[in-house]
Ligand binder design. Structure first.
Ligand code: URA
Length: 437
């Protein structure tokens, strides 16, 4: 069947068959389809839609476009977590070692930060020497040895997504739920999991600002995951303010280590709570624990015993990082940085925080990248001292910028200050977990 026949069918609003979607994905990977033909079909899908069956077939075709991770000889339930990304979203760094300490195998394939959201790989690379470029065999050996591995996507894992995502990015066809589902879920399902916990964020710093959009995405991802034989559950979590205390690569690793060392403060509690919730879902979905309460108790017990910290120590050693950060997380903090306070412009209550602006500000001072090839300054970042619902007085500290130069702080000060909406009326703190699908 010729590409133009498949394009015409979708252009005219018809559902595509398994064979037709298979031909398309094959053509994307082997170059038989020209870029303009790929773009035309993706645009036709965007405009005329994909039904659930097409969404599931597309996901399956994409996941089989390259190698998959075979963990059959690891005698533990296999589970992972995926987040749609946010500001200060660092839970992967706790979830992987915590789930491993509880008894799961976690093949955590992660990404890099782009725009206002951070990426797990960049965070991990703030640990000196930590190697995120593992072959599939190294990934497997690491999981066998310590229960989890965290690494980037290899060229052989879901190659169709790399090409398709580039086409979608260049043709304004990224924001369509079935295409997002196929893109995200094909990469996760290539890990051959038993269970997957999804963290779909909603709010000012999320990919999906509106709750209803986040819910539709969560439902669509759960539908595809479960239809493909992976027990999948999603939480919709709050991203109306940065998660926890710090934003920025080294600072976020520091926060996670403080939590795993049981040395956290109150501002870090949401990071801890969300990490436990998602890990507990992985434990119940795999059948490892009988219910979410039992699973949460197990997580609390492991954290209080320091077991995830020891899993992380073993993992850092295996991935060639500097294990000294485990016993001395302060080595992650760069003492030569300037710490500039962001102060409240008025008195009242914090009624809203523009998390997107905070994420962008950190990106602007080097903590993130605007283009995939940009370098990242792992040390810079932000301490988020006040949250929604807190009372503040004019001049009081809202947060602290960690930066290299005074000029950097000056360039983002106003953006950070105006990210806080301060009003006379008090407000309640937003719920961290808003909904479970
Ligand atoms: N993240 C992905 O990996 N794919 C999408 O399509 C959107 C977000």
């Amino acid at each position: 069947m010729r590409p133009q026949d498949i394009i015409a069918k979708k252009r005219d609003g018809h559902a595509l068959t398994k064979d037709e979607i298979g031909i398309f994905i094959g053509g994307v990977c082997d170059g038989a389809w020209a870029d303009y033909q790929i773009s035309a079909l993706v645009m036709a899908m965007f405009i005329n839609g994909l039904n659930d069956e097409e969404q599931n077939i597309l996901t399956q075709s994409m996941l089989h476009s390259g190698d998959t991770i075979d963990l059959a000889d690891i005698d533990r339930p296999k589970a992972d977590k995926h987040s749609t990304g946010g500001v200060g979203d660092k839970t992967s760094l706790i979830i992987a070692p915590l789930a491993a300490a509880c008894g799961l195998a976690v093949p955590m394939i992660s990404g890099r930060g782009l725009g206002h959201t951070g990426g797990t790989l960049d965070k991990l690379e703030s640990i000196p020497g930590y190697n995120v470029r593992l072959t599939l065999d190294e990934l497997k050996q690491t999981i066998k040895a310590c229960g989890f591995a965290m690494a980037g996507q290899t060229d052989r894992l879901v190659p169709a997504d790399k090409k398709l995502y580039a086409m979608r990015d260049a043709t304004a066809t990224v924001p369509y739920i079935p295409l997002i589902v196929a893109s995200i879920m094909s990469k996760k399902l290539a890990e051959n999991l038993d269970a997957l916990a999804l963290d779909v964020k909603t709010g000012t710093g999320a990919f999906m600002n509106e709750f209803e959009d986040a819910k539709r995405l969560a439902e669509a991802m759960c539908q595809t995951g479960n239809a493909c034989g992976v027990k999948t559950q999603a939480v919709i979590s709050d991203m109306n303010q940065p998660l926890g205390k710090y934003v920025g690569n080294s600072l976020e690793v520091y926060e996670c280590l403080k939590i795993m060392r049981n040395e956290h403060d109150d501002i870090m509690l949401p990071t801890r709570e969300l990490s436990i919730d998602l890990t507990a879902r992985m434990l119940t979905l795999t059948g490892f624990c009988k219910d979410i309460e039992t699973a949460k108790m197990l997580c609390e017990q492991k954290l209080s015993e320091g077991a995830p910290l020891e899993s992380f120590r073993a993992n850092i050693e295996l991935q060639h990082g500097d294990v000294r950060v485990i016993d001395n997380p302060e080595t992650l903090l760069n003492g030569s940085l300037k710490e500039i306070a962001v102060t409240a412009a008025g008195s009242g209550f914090i009624n809203g925080i523009d998390s997107l602006a905070i994420g962008e500000a950190i990106c602007e001072i080097g903590g993130g990248r605007t283009k995939a090839e940009d370098a990242v300054d792992h040390a810079v970042g932000y301490l988020s001292a006040k949250q929604i619902g807190d009372a503040v007085r004019e001049g009081e500290e809202l947060g602290v910028i960690f930066c290299r130069t005074r000029e950097q702080a000056d360039s983002v000060f106003a953006k950070l200050q105006t990210a806080y909406r301060i009003t006379d009326e008090s407000t309640t703190k937003p719920e961290l977990i808003k909904y479970v699908v």
